[in-house]
Design a protein around this ligand. Structure first.
Ligand code: SF4
Ligand code: SF4
Ligand code: FES
Length: 315
């Protein structure tokens, strides 16, 4: 074995409809250039042709190779085997299918639900009639392009959805990838279905819990959570306000008021202003029963230089 080569053990979580799931081990030599897609390709071609996985571009463009590597949602092609060995201090690497997606076979998952969510947000530009008839040209200004550029880079890899706790618990939530795509067109001045898009996106945007998991795992630095924040800011343009949108607006006002008064977000006060005293008391009883009340009743230190904060808020 050359100095640069290392033998690693790869433990793959296999699945078939007939046999259920099991772990299987493979050994192979890798060097500093070996991507995890190459690891899988060599296992399949040299050791076990029954292994199923998806990959195509091998350069973080097609979005096919999302999976969990040592428990982290990652693109296999953007992950070097030896980086994982170094990071975890052992030459054993585990590979599992992405969470949330139903498994079809081994590392291959069913994308139906993901695509349904993406298509719900109408993921294409709806230009004006004049543009479609070739009678006009609608150019993007550089400042609009700067706003949209980052969010256009989504490769539909699904990693953010696999990591999102809200998607798993809330069937009404569209999920981070659909929000990133939805905002990309909501903020596009060339699009003609702004009101329809708002209606599709606003309620769902208020269902995100801001846990930032999507931000952490996105291989293209899209920041889906940022698109959700930006979408929430559009709530004021919604023509027919829904109960969720109204609560969302109350929440935003309560946060501004809290910062103006105390220089910080006083969670308990914000909660009461948003949901009302009755709901707050009911939730407090629930928190007490589950040993969480002490987190809600933390004594806050006073903020110095309130004048500075009010000045910033007034700007
Ligand atoms: S920040 Fe929101 S969208 Fe992102 S993972 Fe958390 S709940 Fe999901
Ligand atoms: S936002 Fe990022 S993680 Fe989510 S599907 Fe798009 S590229 Fe993948
Ligand atoms: S193989 Fe295309 S993104 Fe990994």
């Amino acid at each position: 074995m050359s100095e640069e080569e290392k033998e690693i053990v790869v433990k793959i979580k296999r699945f078939s409809k007939e046999k259920g799931s099991w772990w299987q081990e493979y050994k192979l030599k890798v060097d500093r250039f070996t991507q995890m897609t190459e690891v899988l390709r060599r296992i399949k071609t040299e050791q076990d042709p029954t292994l199923a996985y998806r990959a195509s571009c091998h350069m973080a463009v097609c979005g096919s190779c999302g999976m969990k590597i040592n428990g982290e949602p990652r693109l296999a092609c953007k992950t070097l085997a030896l980086d994982m060995v170094r990071k975890y201090g052992k030459n054993e690497i585990t590979i599992e299918p992405m969470d949330f997606f139903p498994v079809t076979k081994d590392l291959v998952v069913d994308w139906t639900d993901f695509y349904n969510r993406m298509f719900k947000v109408k993921p294409r530009l709806y230009p004006s009639k004049e543009v479609l008839e070739g009678k006009a040209e609608h150019r993007l200004k550089p400042e609009d392009q700067r706003e949209l550029w980052k969010f256009e880079q989504c490769i539909w890899c699904g990693l953010c959805v696999s990591a999102c706790p809200s998607v798993k618990n809330d069937p009404e939530f569209l999920g981070p990838a659909a929000h990133a795509k939805g905002y990309r067109f909501l903020a596009d001045p060339r699009d003609t279905i702004f009101d329809e898009r708002l209606k599709i996106l606003i309620d769902s945007a208020w269902r995100c819990t801001y846990c930032y998991q999507c931000f952490n795992v996105c291989p293209r630095d899209i920041e889906p959570v940022t698109t959700i924040k930006k979408t929430r800011a559009y709530t004021k343009f919604l023509r027919e306000k829904t109960p969720v949108a109204l609560t969302g607006e109350k929440h935003a006002e309560a946060i501004v008021k809290s910062i103006e008064e105390s220089g910080k977000i006083e969670e308990a006060k914000v909660y009461i202003s948003t949901y009302g005293l009755l709901t707050a008391i009911t939730d407090m009883i629930y928190a007490m029963q589950n040993g969480k009340l002490r987190y809600a009743l933390v004594t806050q230190k006073k903020v110095k230089d309130m004048e500075q904060i009010r000045k910033i808020m007034g700007e």
